[in-house]
Design a protein around this ligand. Structure first.
Ligand SMILES: [Fe+2]
Length: 169
């Protein structure tokens, strides 16, 4: 009887370790995407120009501050699950750098419009990463991570709404 309980306990602990590691891996991707979104938003806050300069400059300040807070929350959730966290891999830094170069000299639209459209793409990619984290967390019954992912989806949807409403028709 003791042996059976012992095996079952081991199995449970093993499953729990896998769960933490799988959920944390998806949190790492979400962290990378959110960091990339933070960097590009801050970059465009600096570089935006045009007649709506101050409105967009201020909107982007609100958004990069909110993204920075989220980065901490996502990284600390992965650490709570016992997994290490890495800040932004090289692949994402290149994406940010390429996008910001493109938006400073866009074809057929103003730099401000190009930046807003780019930010919608970066935020949409964050939502996709959140949805993946949400599914993996739900699969393992990790309600707290699922809740975090749902909150992040809500935040990105709101950012996209504000960005979209600022794009010229
Ligand atoms: Fe600023």
């Amino acid at each position: 009887m003791n042996k059976v309980r012992h095996i079952s306990q081991d199995k449970h602990e093993h499953q729990s370790l896998n769960a933490n590691s799988d959920v944390a891996k998806s949190l790492q991707t979400l962290l990378d995407k959110t960091y990339a979104c933070y960097l590009i938003t801050h970059n465009y806050h600096f570089n935006v120009t045009g007649e709506n300069f101050y409105t967009i400059h201020t909107l982007l300040e609100d958004q990069y501050n909110s993204l920075f807070t989220a980065i901490d929350e996502i990284g600390e959730r992965a650490r709570t699950l016992g997994e290490p966290v890495q800040i932004l891999s090289g692949k994402y830094l290149e994406e940010v750098s390429e996008a910001s170069k493109r938006s400073l000299n866009p074809k057929n639209m103003s730099p401000c419009q190009a930046m807003l459209k780019d930010l919608i793409i970066f935020n949409t990619e964050c939502i996709e990463a959140c949805q993946s984290t949400k599914s993996i967390a739900a699969e393992y019954g990790d309600d707290e991570t699922e809740d975090l992912a749902i909150g992040r989806i809500r935040a990105h949807e709101k950012m996209i709404w504000m960005l979209r409403s600022s794009v010229s028709p």
